[in-house]
Design a protein around this ligand. Structure first.
Ligand code: CA
Length: 657
């Protein structure tokens, strides 16, 4: 039923597209006039030696659904314009579009994510071509999202053996590309699969995967011989996986031109790693390489009532803050990295997938369901019950677009043009980093005088800060251990100091959690059978490790464990330590404190039975700077038979309030 309807509509659209394409090519020869991009605020360091034909692409697959939902796009001066014109004027030279075979349920209701079938791709391609940009066609060979987590076969391919499926992939690719060709779309590249990390169209062996890819590539060569054929993977942080994909494709002699990778800075490792991994493949196999998807948040805030993939609300700064400038710097650096290894381009993912309304989830939900403008509609449950069927909703990347919630272009969009010329405007503060300090409960509350600022070029500077901290707050902080959030202001921006008030332990490795004895000094007088670190949470007072001892012979447990502390300030301190064990016999067990080598205080400890911890605390240790302070435990047992054994844990030297 739905197929019939859709076919009729397709024919109509196709006729319209052909007509428009014909008019477009006749009326507007390539525009000679170059749009000039300038910015007074956006800092962009020039990417040196960037070739004229370097691909600066943008995936805008959701645009038609967005427009159906009433979204309009506006230029920097507030003029409503075709999104494609805005992108072209700002340096984008290729438009990427995903293609799903049949993203509709049996009643013809769209799965969402743009409902991107080939007809949507034709319309997007036509508009890209009309604005002088090439089209990059991204075949998922699925009816909905394909990524490392899922590569479901299209419904129509269910149950097919690999031979039949290969033929279906060839036919589908060929017919789809022919539609684009007929519409006059300038296709520059075609992907045979999307993020195909070891699976594609339900196939999970490379033997079968490469058949599907090869069928797609064959169709591309026939319909668009001038276009590049790309394979696309995710997770470049796994260098070994990438090496194995490239090797497998080489082994099967797959006919392709471009080895492409997603690169989302939050998850996909460093730029250095990306360069090494892609650069290595380019060199070893003589393939072109590129970043097929990247993006970055210009704000941590959501605008469409549907959660985002990136939403860290704190002002904590990473290498790139979640600001308009941080977004531009991130993408600029990806471009520089790809260019540095001779890569051919960088494509930004879904830079125009903004909110379809600012009033309520209910209002937006209605549009997502009706128009397919959310990442998934509830109708996707029929195809993907466990993910889309449960978590359907809006855009998860509205805070990573180049347009605000009203559809106005934001300054970072200019980076795609400005990377070619550079735009090194005077530096200013872009973001300030929250401060974090740990303070001793007994000490004065002193917060840092400066916080770290990230400048518009990504460099860091210490800048002065003023904290809102009064006597009442200080009294509260000193009254109880905990984390306190103190507001402040630096360079006119809000900043916070997270203050952890705690009893600071001036001992190192006080709970033996380092897994070594260092810097404890053990003097073993009795010749214990075992005397060292035990990694066993069950036997420890806290954490995983303790100082364990055991001796079979009477008198073999006779040792001191002590630690000497330097760099303490003058004041009053307390020392606490715990022990448990058994079979100690006539034991002499105590905690002690030495000043300048002389024992000044002891406190008894008892070894009784398993898990019955005995704790000693020595208080009022008056220490003056320059003295040597040593704390320790003396253990001497006269156990017989099964031998004395035990564990020491949680030694703490704190300031005494
Ligand atoms: Ca959202």
């Amino acid at each position: 039923m739905k197929k019939t309807k859709k076919r009729a509509l397709t024919a109509l659209l196709l006729a319209a597209a052909l007509l428009l394409a014909a008019c477009g090519s006749a009326a507007s020869a390539p525009k000679e006039e170059k749009h000039t991009v300038s910015s007074e605020t956006l800092y962009v360091k020039k990417v040196e030696n960037l070739p004229e034909d370097f691909i600066l692409g943008m995936d805008v697959s959701s645009v038609l659904a967005e427009e159906r939902s009433g979204v309009r796009y506006y230029d920097f001066d507030g003029t409503e314009k075709d999104l494609f014109a805005i992108l072209a004027e700002n340096g984008i030279n290729m438009i990427r579009v995903r293609v799903w075979n049949d993203p509709y349920d049996s009643s013809g209701r769209g799965y969402g994510g743009g409902n991107n079938d080939i007809d949507a791709a034709v319309e997007i391609g036509r508009r890209a071509t009309a604005n002088g940009m090439k089209l990059l066609v991204d075949f998922h060979y699925s009816d909905f999202w394909a990524d490392p987590g899922k590569q479901f076969a299209p419904k129509a391919w269910e149950g097919m053996e690999i031979e039949e499926k290969t033929e279906a992939a060839y036919t589908f690719t060929k017919q789809s590309l022919e539609k684009l060709r007929e519409a006059g779309v300038d296709v520059g590249m075609v992907q045979v699969g999307n993020e195909t990390n070891g699976a594609l169209a339900g196939e999970k062996t490379w033997f079968n995967i490469q058949y599907i890819m090869g069928a797609g590539a064959k169709a591309v060569r026939e319909v668009y011989p001038e276009a590049l054929v790309a394979v696309h993977f995710a997770n470049p942080e796994n260098a070994e996986s990438y090496a194995s994909y490239a090797k497998k494709l080489d082994y099967y002699a797959l006919d392709y031109d471009v080895f492409a990778s997603s690169y989302y800075p939050y998850w996909h490792g460093t730029l250095e790693n990306l360069a090494a991994v892609l650069g290595g493949i380019a060199e070893q196999y003589g393939k072109k390489v590129m970043v097929m998807e990247t993006s970055y948040a210009f704000t941590p805030d959501d605008s469409d009532f549907s959660g985002n993939t990136i939403s860290d609300g704190s002002a904590v700064v990473k290498n790139y803050p979640y600001t308009v400038q941080g977004q531009a710097n991130s993408v600029r650096d990806v471009i520089e990295t790809v260019n540095s290894i001779g890569g051919i381009g960088v494509v930004y993912w879904e830079g125009a997938w903004i909110t379809v309304g600012t009033s309520s989830w209910e209002e937006n939900h209605e549009k997502w369901e009706r128009d397919g403008s959310g990442w998934a509609s509830s109708y996707a449950a029929a195809y993907d019950p466990n993910d889309a069927g449960k978590y359907y909703g809006g855009s998860a990347v509205d805070n990573q677009a180049f347009f605000d919630a009203q559809g106005r272009a934001i300054e970072s969009l200019k980076l795609f043009s400005l990377v070619r010329t550079g735009n090194e405007v005077p530096l200013s503060t872009d973001a300030v980093e929250d401060a974090r300090v740990r303070l001793d409960l007994s000490a004065d509350v002193a917060l840092p005088d400066t916080v770290e600022a990230v400048m518009t070029d990504g460099s860091r500077q210490e800048i002065p800060v003023v904290w809102q901290l009064d006597e009442a707050k200080i009294a509260e902080m000193k009254s109880a251990a905990g984390v306190y959030e103190i507001p402040g202001e630096a360079a006119g921006r809000a900043v916070r100091c997270f203050v952890t008030m705690a009893e600071l332990n001036f001992l190192q490795n006080g709970g033996f959690e380092d897994g070594t004895l260092d810097p404890w000094v053990i003097t073993d007088r009795g010749g214990a059978d075992e005397l060292g670190i035990e990694n066993k949470a069950l036997n420890s007072l806290d954490g995983d490790c303790n100082l364990h001892f055991w001796g079979a012979k009477s008198g073999s447990i006779d040792f001191d464990a002590e630690q000497t502390v330097s760099n303490l300030s003058s004041g009053t301190y307390k020392f606490r330590v715990s022990i448990q064990g058994g079979d100690a016999g006539d034991a002499e067990v105590y905690a002690y404190v030495k000043l300048d080598g002389e024992v000044i205080a002891t406190a008894p400890l008892a070894i009784t039975w398993y898990n019955n911890w005995s704790t000693a605390e020595i208080r009022d240790i008056a220490y003056a700077e320059g003295q040597t302070l040593t704390v320790g435990v003396r253990v001497k047992c006269a156990g017989e038979g099964s031998g004395a054994w035990g564990m020491i844990d949680e030694a703490c030297l704190n300031a005494q309030r």
